[in-house]
Design a protein around this ligand. Structure first.
Ligand code: SF4
Length: 296
């Protein structure tokens, strides 16, 4: 076992504590003494059995057809929310610094269930008062691609699933245009309870809920995350910038590549932006090694 420098040893101890706080002790192969691990000269106890970065994931299907932006649902009903929101002046955004070791593929379902159980019948922020159902996530725990939106709307609140309304239908079409199926990706939101009137979550609410999302990201460990809209990109990146300044680039968050695009509800309101969104999705496709259709 190579000798670790104090900084690395402390980082490993912090990572193990993070797992213990999650309740993920089942990943330890032998008992871990976190206290001893903090002390100079203590041996490393990284027993998490992390797979390598190239570990296999559930297969992403081959492209199902020559779909492009113009084939997306072009209906544009008037929606009450998700105009690309103006994020209020922000407080410092919670961003856990430690990215824990990857969770074994076989343990991801259990790890996500533990997070859901920890959320419980959550009353940690004011959004609990108006919700019907907590919207945890939907999709594959082994997904290579993750979509993150802002928060549940009325349909999602009723069903307890993210992106199941009209905006969800458009997201499904966007996913299909990438040559994928909804079941192959993972979908979540910044907040898990519906904000009243579909307003943008307050910083207090988003920051309270955000640790759960970061834990989900750490478990799924997607290769690429697509942030849908300004709220998702603001809280994932920990910085507030106009969407235009963030699009068209590959960012990094918690070990995953991050692409920023418009929220589907915004695209329903302004279908002219679908072409722009398709450009963003093609960046994600290239990062995933998916075939990008040639320009017609
Ligand atoms: Fe809890 Fe998140 Fe719902 Fe707030 S939004 S009550 S933190 S689950």
């Amino acid at each position: 076992m190579p000798t670790l420098d104090p900084a690395t040893r402390q980082a490993l101890a912090a990572r193990l504590r993070f797992y213990r706080d999650l309740g993920l002790t089942e990943f330890y192969r032998r008992p871990v003494d976190l206290q001893a691990n903090d002390e100079p000269g203590a041996p490393s106890t990284n027993n998490l059995g992390a797979p390598g970065p190239g570990s296999p994931r559930s297969g992403l299907g081959s492209r199902g057809g020559d779909l492009a932006s113009e084939t997306w649902d072009s209906t544009s009903p008037s929606l009450p929310h998700h105009q690309e929101p103006t994020i209020p002046p922000r407080k410092p955004i919670f961003t856990p610094t430690d990215v824990p070791a990857a969770v074994l593929t076989a343990d991801r379902v259990a790890a996500l269930r533990i997070i859901r159980e920890e959320i419980g019948d959550c009353t940690r922020c004011a959004l609990h008062k108006g919700r019907n159902k907590i919207v945890f996530a939907d999709g594959s725990p082994d997904a290579r691609l993750m979509f993150i939106g802002e928060g549940p709307g009325a349909d999602e609140d009723a069903q307890g699933l993210p992106f199941v309304g009209k905006a969800g239908q458009l997201l499904n079409n966007m996913i299909a245009a990438m040559g994928l199926k909804r079941e192959e990706v993972y979908i979540a939101n910044v907040v898990k309870c519906r904000p009243p009137g579909n307003r943008t979550p307050e910083p207090e609410e988003a920051n309270t809920c955000l640790p759960f999302l970061f834990r989900q990201i750490d478990v799924v460990r997607p290769e690429v995350i697509v942030a849908l809209g300004a709220t998702a990109s603001t809280y994932l990146l920990g910085q507030r910038q106009p969407l235009a300044a963030l699009r068209g680039r590959v960012h990094s968050v918690r070990g995953s590549k991050l692409i920023v695009t418009y929220h589907p509800a915004f695209l329903l309101r302004d279908p002219r932006q679908k072409k722009e969104a398709w450009t963003d999705l093609q960046i994600a496709m290239r990062e995933l090694g998916l075939e990008v259709p040639a320009r017609s």
